[in-house]
Design a protein around this ligand. Structure first.
Ligand SMILES: CC(C)(COP(=O)(O)OP(=O)(O)OC[C@H]1O[C@@H](n2cnc3c(N)ncnc32)[C@H](O)[C@@H]1OP(=O)(O)O)[C@@H](O)C(=O)NCCC(=O)NCCS
Length: 202
């Protein structure tokens, strides 16, 4: 499969939101909210357009990654801007073929020349360790509620970029979704049944 990566364009927006809905539907919860997060994120200062990439195969969008600005608040109250990525989506029928890896690796490479010291993510450790993400605890960075857990990971953009930076991580509020707003946005897509599954409950 030949894969091309390019920046997302405004005319892709709806197709990418459909892809995001397809990729996330019922995966972590009944239905999903990630397409709505993406829809709102593009209008916010946290959005990083130069890292908003789609993957194309045969001219069709089959994958997408988006980054946003987040922060680490240090003990002295000062804030350091870092990045997070997500939602990252690959068309379900094409998952497991390296598309997600290409999107992550190519954007992480671009990031080496940017001023952000780290990318901080919440995700599946078994997947993200291969890209150099490690537990954020190793950098004395805790999640917004003060906790640390395996799924909370960090990767320096350059060696020693996190030197002297420790504290508490905060995502942009766009990730905390208003259920009523999500429902009315989701109603603009074809109706789809939500399911509770065993894997969501893990
Ligand atoms: C997660 C996702 C972006 C990965 O993209 P992809 O193109 O399918 O992944 P790749 O082909 O690059 O990598 C495949 C490998 O990752 C593993 N992998 C993919 N998703 C995984 C997950 N959620 N948990 C653990 N491992 C995962 C596969 O088992 C496979 O492992 P292997 O190389 O050891 O065989 C894609 O599966 C997806 O869109 N999933 C639904 C939405 C989602 O969960 N997004 C991420 C939220 S954190």
């Amino acid at each position: 499969m030949e894969l091309t990566l390019r920046l997302e364009k405004p005319e892709d927006f709806r197709a990418v939101e459909e892809l995001t809905r397809e990729a996330f539907w019922d995966v972590y919860a009944p239905g999903c909210s990630e397409h709505f997060v993406l829809h709102q994120l593009r209008n916010l200062p946290a959005f990083v357009p130069e890292l908003d990439f789609v993957a194309l195969s045969d001219g069709h969008i089959v994958g997408h990654i988006v980054y946003s600005r987040a922060k680490i608040v240090q003990n002295d109250g000062s804030a350091r801007e870092v990045l997070t990525f997500g939602p990252i989506s690959v068309l379900p029928s094409l998952q497991g073929k390296g598309i997600g890896s290409r999107l992550i690796q190519e954007t992480l490479r671009i990031l080496r020349d940017k001023e952000f010291p780290a990318v901080v993510i919440l995700g599946e450790p078994a997947y993200y360790h291969r890209f150099g993400f490690v537990s954020a605890e190793q950098y004395q960075v805790s999640y917004s509620d003060g906790s640390n857990f395996d799924a909370f990971m960090l990767r320096e953009t350059k060696e020693n970029a996190m030197k002297g930076i420790t504290g508490t991580f905060f995502l942009d509020p766009v990730f905390f979704v208003d259920e009523a707003a999500l429902e009315s946005y989701d109603a603009t897509f074809p109706p789809r049944e939500k399911h509770v599954t065993d894997t969501q409950l893990k």
